[in-house]
Design a protein around this ligand. Structure first.
Ligand SMILES: Nc1ncnc2c1ncn2[C@@H]1O[C@H](COP(=O)(O)OP(=O)(O)O)[C@@H](O)[C@H]1O
Ligand SMILES: [Mg+2]
Length: 275
């Protein structure tokens, strides 16, 4: 359980304003950051995890200012940054370490607690049986799930993910998002995930923060997310290639009216994902 507070955050790269006066607060939620390419999503996430220094503004986790990188902030990237040649288990076990430290640490004794935590994290993402498989032999979706497990091993209070499913096909993207949501839920961790796929975002998010040209355009809960807001964010639905799916987006956003629960986020990963 944790609270992320962003206050008046701005980031300037020379003449380019990547973020302008962005403020919001999320608490124990699965929040989605929406916006076109160049909107400032990555910059915001990088400011939060200390990879980029904001020009001005304030970031706090549970009331304490976040400065630089912290181990209690877990990050999942679009490109997973795993070590290909070794097993899923070793990748998960070595959590936040960089490649060199990882190779060193592989030669060292790991505590029993760390080993259990790595296996537990792999179980959370449905990869316990594949834990000894090399990452290079896994599918893109499985690799991304190892990335989630690795972030969980850090035992973060906040989980950040920058377009974690951008390079996956729609079905794998849905599976990975299902596990990410499940992981955040099981570990009681607040999550902020950037996505450009509106339909996936609408299905998995509790809370939606829209960025346009570095500014916060909206900050709404699931029931307040409307196709009009999405239109404002992307100019028009056609520009993001959703023209054919417009009805589906409507349905996802508001349900088809038959089942009062069908706009609710999935509580568990659907059965077929386990297969
Ligand atoms: N390291 C950088 N140097 C200069 N400009 C950058 C840098 N990173 C991002 N930008 C600019 O900041 C803006 C926001 O980029 P970014 O945060 O990557 O957006 P998004 O992740 O939503 O696509 C863009 O105009 C981008 O070109
Ligand atoms: Mg980006």
């Amino acid at each position: 359980m944790s609270t992320l507070k962003i206050e008046n955050l701005s980031k300037q790269y020379g003449d380019v304003t990547a973020l302008e006066d962005v403020s919001f607060e999320i608490e124990d939620e699965f929040a989605v950051l929406l916006g076109e390419s160049g909107a400032g999503k990555s910059t915001l996430l990088r400011c939060i995890n200390g990879l980029t220094e904001p020009t001005s503004g304030y970031i706090a986790l549970d009331g304490e200012e976040v400065r630089g990188s912290q181990t209690d902030v877990g990050m999942i990237f679009q490109q997973h940054n795993l070590v290909d040649g070794v097993s899923a288990y070793l990748n998960a076990l070595t959590g936040s370490l960089d490649r060199v430290s990882m190779l060193k640490s592989m030669l060292q004794w790991q505590s029993r607690e760390d080993k259990l935590r790595a296996l537990e994290a792999l179980e959370t993402v449905g990869l316990l049986d594949e834990s000894h498989q090399r990452v290079s032999q896994m599918s893109g979706g499985q690799q991304q799930r190892v990335g989630i497990a690795r972030a969980l091993v850090q035992d973060p209070r906040l989980l950040l993910a920058d377009e974690p499913v951008a390079s996956l096909d729609p079905s794998s993207a849905e599976t990975v998002m299902g596990y990410l949501r499940k992981a955040a839920g099981e570990h009681d961790v607040t999550a902020l995930v950037s996505l450009h796929q509106v339909n996936i975002a609408a299905y998995f998010g509790d809370r939606f923060i829209g960025l346009r040209d570095g500014e916060k355009l909206f900050d709404v809960r699931r029931e307040e997310l409307t196709p009009e807001l999405i239109d404002d964010l992307y100019g028009s639905v056609e520009t993001v290639g959703l023209a054919d799916q417009e009805e589906t987006v409507e349905e996802i956003l508001h349900g088809d009216g038959d089942d009062p629960d069908d706009t609710a986020p999935p509580e568990t990963v659907p059965q077929e994902i386990e297969a």
